[in-house]
Design a protein around this ligand. Structure first.
Ligand SMILES: [Mg+2]
Length: 256
């Protein structure tokens, strides 16, 4: 029996980085709440702090509490704390830098740097890549990826390269493997299940990304639903060995 919904945000409940709700998504989530089912929005957003993201979604009509959100940003912060990392070079937008700064991380370009942290940076350039590679190679910093997604839909609704593309370039240059802390990291998924006190077999993961979000969920035996309201259409499934359990046009087509 399904009693818990794990839900992606972009492409699943909102259309893209403009955060316009997908048709029927606000009412659908309301129904989940009134039926007393557990849910969490499990997000790879790297541009808004969890608090800002919650505020933004509420302003679009979604009724959400603080414990309805798990993001790769707070998972990354937790990981840095556990590994006693206090100084980082960050590739990402100002939102990520401000968030980590408030959490006590020193954001630096030179001197002692323990990690290179990578989120979405739509202003990525050669200079930033070079600084990151120098830090990784010369200072033996570790490489921390907020996630490993291939593409995303930007605020103009266009497909664009995502965080994984930057991470991959840095892995290649430094010959290091990144620690991936957002979806589809098993540890991240497990921490969400543990927090919600639910078993994988009682959960369904709903997302527009079968390659990362849902493939990762399947590995933990969580049921999976692919929605066509986001960055991929049905043709993405052609070359996938392990396909999602269900395909829906949009989230509100899923029975609560
Ligand atoms: Mg998505």
């Amino acid at each position: 029996m399904i009693n818990c919904f794990l839900i992606d945000i972009e492409g699943t409940i909102v259309k893209d980085k403009s955060y316009t709700p997908v048709e029927g998504a606000v009412q659908w989530l309301k129904k989940v709440k009134t039926r007393g089912k557990k849910f969490s929005l499990v997000s790879n957003n790297t541009t808004h702090s969890p608090k800002r993201l919650l505020g933004l979604l509420r302003s679009k009509g979604f009724e959400l509490e603080e414990d309805n959100l798990d993001t790769c940003m707070n998972n990354t912060n937790e990981w840095l704390r556990q590994h006693k990392i206090k100084s980082c070079f960050v590739i990402g937008n100002q939102g990520l830098k401000n968030y980590l700064g408030k959490e006590g991380i020193k954001i630096k370009k030179d001197g002692l740097i323990q990690a290179v942290v990578v989120g979405l940076d739509e202003k990525i350039n050669y200079q930033k890549l070079q600084t990151a590679v120098k830090v990784l190679v010369e200072k033996d910093a570790c490489l921390v990826a907020l996630h490993y997604n291939k593409v995303f839909k930007n605020s103009r609704g266009e497909i664009a390269p995502s965080v994984g593309c930057i991470v991959k370039a840095l892995e290649y240059a430094s010959a290091k493997r990144a620690y991936v802390l957002g979806k589809p990291s098993k540890d991240f998924y497990r921490s969400v299940l543990w927090r919600l006190k639910v078993k994988p077999r009682n959960c369904i993961f709903i997302s527009d990304d079968p390659l990362t979000d849902l493939a990762g969920a399947k590995k933990l035996k969580i049921k999976t639903a692919f929605v066509l309201s986001g960055k991929y259409d049905r043709s993405i499934l052609k070359n996938m060995k392990v396909k999602p359990d269900f395909v829906y046009r949009k989230i509100s087509d899923i029975k609560v």
